[in-house]
Design a binder for this molecule. Structure first.
Ligand code: 4AD
Ligand code: MG
Length: 443
């Protein structure tokens, strides 16, 4: 028999063929003459229906057990499943005691419940859909950049810089004896990267349009539903960029084209989310996706906050950092749609952000994209390319400006927050296979 994935079997291309399918049992329905099984192997949301004579029934055929079925593919009399597998042999490869198995047949378990079982949640419909969507969204991001002439750069995971200057670094040293000062493995303190931006800036000085998409690490203490200690970031850097408008165009374009790709390639999986896991989210997601994104300045944002009747916990005067509560309010105020906030106070942004010298207030040419349910999805800026305006404290960074320095800018998009945004998932821990956050590094 030909070995087939469930998705291949369901495609109908092999009707009549003698095939072998391996997977995990999703349901068992014994009847007088027959037993019906649903088998899944992660290749599609829809399981393959297996029909077998009652003599093939086995008490070990339980929800969650692993099986190998051989038989022939037949057209199914049921509309819902075009194809079924008429079995002539069923072998239980891995038993699964239904009493101990944390998921129960026919029950729809919530994301919070399944999160307790990081080694098993990929067996649920919701999480397997999420993983397929995550994979397709990754492809979508790469396709966008390829189609738009960006070169992918593998920026290092281990680095000696703290790009964001926020001091949320994980230090890297060999395990074993205590670290002795002056005996660093790399001769200097080294860390897991918080952002590939500085390395992208280097290469953008020769390649114009570059991007990276990899893991980044931050020792965030917060237990929030939008922060992880390890997350994936999509970062782009574009040379000869002179306005924030140029940058927001790329950010918006990438967001929309990736989402379009996901919607076109993951119809069933996205549907499962929007219908059952996060019901009611589809409309707000489509809004993000179809509308042209509003642009307001930080100064306008602060005005909006100050004119509202809402009682905020944190201050809202000019110069204040925009907190989650402020971001939420701004998104709501803008019709529950995404909004770009530009031109933040200079002092709020990292050293690399470009000084807007022509503004009455001291602002930087920086932009954040705020989206419903998540808040900040992307952060970007024009970079300070003028040597004389950069402070002397970062000799290394200055050297990047000495040889053919051009106006440039870039941004970073939190990939998990992106998935939260399009799927309506409340907690970031539910959109990454193995979440890492303070006091938790399971598996
Ligand atoms: O705003 P951030 O800190 O910007 C940078 O790191 C820039 N160097 C990027 C660049 O311009 N190349 O991070 C970018 C995005 C945020 O908008 C957010 O979506 C996400 O990364 N992010 C996190 N996502 C999950 N967990 C965390 N702890 C995150 N911190 C930032
Ligand atoms: Mg930011």
């Amino acid at each position: 028999p030909t070995k087939l994935r469930v998705s291949q079997a369901l495609s109908g291309a092999d009707l009549g063929a003698n095939v072998k399918v391996q997977g995990w049992v999703r349901s068992v329905r014994p009847q007088k003459a027959n037993v019906f099984l649903h088998v899944n192997d992660g290749s599609s949301l829809q399981p393959l229906q297996v029909v077998a004579g009652a003599e093939l029934n086995d008490p070990l055929l339980t929800f969650g057990s692993a099986v190998e079925v051989t038989g022939s593919l037949k057209k199914s009399p049921h509309k819902k499943q075009p194809v079924e597998l008429e079995a002539d042999q069923i072998t239980v490869i891995g038993e699964c005691n239904p009493v101990d198995f944390p998921f129960k047949i026919k029950e729809r378990h919530g994301l919070e419940y399944i999160r307790q079982f990081p080694h098993l949640r990929c067996r649920t419909n919701a999480f397997s859909s999420l993983l397929r969507i995550r994979s397709e969204a990754t492809t979508a991001v790469h396709s966008y950049f390829r189609e738009n002439d960006f070169v992918q750069i593998h920026t290092p995971i281990i680095t000696s810089n703290d790009c964001e200057g926020a001091g949320e670094l994980f230090q890297v040293e060999p395990s074993g004896p205590e670290i002795v000062e002056d005996e660093y493995f790399f001769s200097v303190p080294a860390f897991l990267t918080v952002s590939g931006q500085l390395h992208l800036e280097v290469i953008s000085g020769a390649f114009s349009r570059v991007y990276t998409f990899g893991p980044t690490f931050r020792a965030e203490n917060s237990q929030s539903r939008r922060h992880l200690a390890e997350f994936y970031m999509v970062e782009a850097e574009i040379s000869f960029t002179e306005s924030i408008e140029d940058l927001t165009k790329v950010m918006e374009d990438m967001f929309k084209s990736a989402t379009e790709h996901v919607l076109a390639h993951c119809v069933e999986d996205v549907d499962l989310f929007h219908k059952h896991v996060t019901p009611g989210h589809r409309v707000s997601m489509l809004k993000c996706f179809i509308l042209s994104t509003l642009r307001i300045t930080y100064t306008e944002a602060v005005d909006i906050l100050n004119r509202s009747s809402e009682k905020f916990t944190f201050p809202t005067d000019w110069g204040c950092d925009l907190k989650t509560e402020h971001e939420k309010y701004l998104v709501k105020h803008c019709g529950n749609a995404p909004v770009f906030v530009t031109d933040y106070p200079y002092d709020l942004k990292p050293f690399y952000a470009r000084d807007n010298q022509d503004h009455p207030e001291r602002t930087a040419a920086a932009v954040d994209l705020l989206v419903p349910g998540v808040g900040e999805l992307c952060g970007g800026s024009l970079r300070e390319e003028r040597l004389d305006l950069l402070s002397a404290r970062l000799e290394e960074y200055l050297d990047l400006r000495r040889f053919g320095s051009v106006p440039h800018g870039g941004f970073g998009l939190g990939f998990e927050r992106y998935l939260q945004c399009i799927l309506g998932v409340d907690n970031i821990k539910d959109v990454i296979p193995f979440p890492r956050f303070s006091h938790s590094c399971l598996l």
